[in-house]
Design a protein around this ligand. Sequence first.
Ligand code: PLP
Length: 396
Amino acid sequence: MGEREEVDYRTIQTRHGKEAEDAILRVLRAGASYTMGDEVKGFEEQFTRFLGAGVAVGVTHCTAALELSAALCRVGQGDEVIVPAHTFVSSAVAFARRGAKIVWADIDPDARVMSIDTVAPLVTERTRVIVAVHLMGLTVDMDPILELAGERNIRVVEDCAQAPGARYRGRQVGTLGDFGCFSFHTQKNMTTLGEGGMLVVRDEETATVVKKLRWMGNWQFEGERERYWEPSMANLVCGLEGEWPYNFCLSEFNAAVGQVELKRLDGVNADRQQQAKVLMEGLADVEELSFQKVGPGCEHVYHMMPVKYDGARSGKTRSDLIGLLYNEYGIKCYVHYMPLYRFDLFRAMGCDGADCPVTDEYYDSMYGYPWWSNMSDELLERFIASTREACIRLRG
Ligand SMILES: *Cc1c(COP(=O)(O)O)cnc(C)c1O
């Protein structure tokens, strides 16, 4: 290999196309309020149609969707919420903020996301919500969890930030539990560029509650008014008893881009699945490496491409492998997600008690490739050849 040419996840290509640029300019030139108009409405309608079930409500980001879910689940002091520790911070904070006790769920050793086996032993009389995170793009095996939740009157919130468009037994994620939370942040499989999110609820009635909470309680007056300025220009209502409203409004620019990008989502996911197949097949014979196992009825849309490295036999760690891949092959791999209970933030907030040996072991032995859709065959080949060579070198 000649010059060491570095590749990291910021090497993202095809962030958006001409159609997204046109959409932004169209909104800009229309000169309306730039927020909460026809674009948001259109995006919500299209997303609902795409899911084929539920009702989608546009929000600022997935964190907002999770916060609203926590409010709608009436989570409060004394409640327990089951959350995988192997996830992004928002999945837990939305519930912890309301005074709930976070009960950390371990991950399945093969799928490396939560499962009925890791969740069931944690359920108590106080369990109010189970947060199912389709992490890395792999759907959680939902049916047994939904069944348990149904029997025990527990709400299920799906964190779909990393798996938009993934199907579980033929149904879209986000339509399986009580609430589905989506992120369209720049780095996700589908982006509205910058920020964006969607909360999916089961019925119109709940969607109306969400809409009242979404913009500080602003809501139209009931019936006709004789004078538009009386009793005031705007009306404020309480969407949900005992809950203050938020400002989680989505901008028209994001919603316009969202309509464009939604059309590309299935293609982007298919692309990522094909890339993952090439990479996994190319490395199948390297015995130190293993990949997330996709169980029956589940789908993986490969938001990320995580790999477990088992170097025990040669006394090597994943850090040895990452260091070698970076220093000698210019491939900047990453590690995700440190169990949340290990962070200062969660320790300081009293959320550090956990019994998640699989999560701990997995986090300490995993790495992920720089990853986006539409990667070149050459780059994938480089990942495969470099990784194989690095693993062999580490055998010593
Ligand atoms: C990105 C992400 C979020 C937060 O999404 P935002 O839109 O940035 O608020 C939540 N959960 C998971 C699993 C994520 O990856």
